[in-house]
Design a protein around this ligand. Structure first.
Ligand code: COA
Length: 142
């Protein structure tokens, strides 16, 4: 890696690069929830909890984090393929968890596609336990 990797809080100016990173990666499922308007609302409701990793001005990693007062949630953790296996993904996660902890949150959940084998290995490695007793249920509201 040529440049030093810097982790900073995600801001709306990062949106285009972050969407580009997510949309070109396997394992990330984008939806209408990721529109500019919705991301802005998410960042405002969860100030200072989401992060990007930068090499110079290039965003090479990103993660969303938030909480609902009870539990924390991570979404869309992604590291550019050329920068993987250098600890950037786990640093992004630990940075989010540190901030959630500061806000009194004691447990954090996340969603993983059942087909995302490498992602599951990564999460297991950093001590996120797969819940065998739960299903995720969803309903559209429109
Ligand atoms: C998952 C992801 C974010 C990991 O990022 P990363 O920066 O490579 O992760 P780290 O370097 O911090 O990995 C920490 C440890 O996890 C394990 N790990 C990470 N990726 C792995 C892989 N592909 N296969 C096996 N183990 C892996 C390793 O034990 C690694 O430590 P090591 O490199 O010292 O052996 C990255 O692979 C990615 O962006 N994947 C595509 C998007 C995705 O699936 N995101 C998760 C959505 S739920």
């Amino acid at each position: 890696m040529e440049n030093k990797i810097v982790i900073t809080a995600m801001v709306m100016a990062d949106y285009n690069q972050v969407i580009q990173l997510w949309s070109t990666s396997e394992g990330i499922g984008l939806s209408d929830a990721d529109s500019k308007e919705n991301l802005e609302r998410f960042l405002q409701r969860n100030l200072g909890l989401s992060f990007v990793a930068k090499s110079g001005s290039q965003i090479i990693g990103a993660v969303l984090a938030g909480h609902d007062g009870r539990r924390g949630y991570l979404h869309h953790l992604c590291v550019s393929s050329a920068y993987r296996r250098h600890g950037i993904g786990s640093t992004l996660v630990e940075t989010c968890l540190g901030k959630l902890k500061e806000q009194g949150i004691k447990k954090c959940h996340l969603f993983v596609f059942t087909t995302n084998r490498d992602g599951l290995i990564f999460w297991n490695k950093i001590k996120f336990n797969r819940r065998e007793e739960l299903y995720l249920l969803s309903r559209n509201l429109d």
